[in-house]
Design a binder for this molecule. Structure first.
Ligand code: T46
Length: 144
């Protein structure tokens, strides 16, 4: 599984830093929704699902956390702790977020509006879904 991290351009000067994110330029899709997770409690983990279509960029704009990504074949853990880095999370990837520092603000830029029907919340259903999804795609599409 390929991990794609975007490194955004900070516009820094003596006043501090500013990062600007534009759809189809800094972000590889049209941004249809932004949400953020904060005030996470000690020891909690979130996520535990995949999406059928949704693509997202996760930016830890404050604090730190870890993201476990799972494509059904392998798992990788990605630490996020820089406000100028974005982790691309494609559809059909199981995700879990954990190890939040108390001050974490995790901002998510999403390619679609909120749609509960897009969630796969059962891990066995996810494994079945990716198996069928891979079979319906060409090798080139799957490796993207
Ligand atoms: C994801 C990870 C990274 C809404 O009403 N609108 C929204 O846009 C979202 C994202 C959530 N909600 C409601 C639904 C639940 O009642 O907020 C509540 C918490 O959502 P959820 O339990 O899905 O949160 P996480 O942190 O487990 O997952 C979220 C996203 O849902 C998910 O798409 O990839 O963050």
């Amino acid at each position: 599984m390929q991990i794609i991290k975007y490194v955004f351009q900070p516009h820094g000067d003596e006043r501090g830093q500013l990062v600007a994110l534009e759809e189809l330029k800094d972000i590889p899709f049209r941004i249809r929704r932004v949400y953020y997770i904060y005030d996470t409690k000690k020891g909690v983990a979130r996520g535990f699902h995949a999406h059928k279509n949704l693509k997202q960029i996760l930016v830890c704009v404050h604090g730190s956390c870890k993201i476990r990504l799972d494509d059904g074949k392998e798992q990788k853990i990605v630490p996020l702790d820089k406000p100028y880095e974005g982790l691309y999370v494609s559809n059909t990837i199981w995700r879990e977020m954990f190890d939040f520092s108390p001050d974490t603000v995790l901002m998510v830029l999403a390619s679609e509006l909120y749609n509960e029907d897009d969630y796969i919340r059962n891990y066995n259903d996810f494994l079945e879904y990716v198996k069928n999804y891979s079979e319906s795609c060409t090798d080139e599409e799957v490796s993207k």
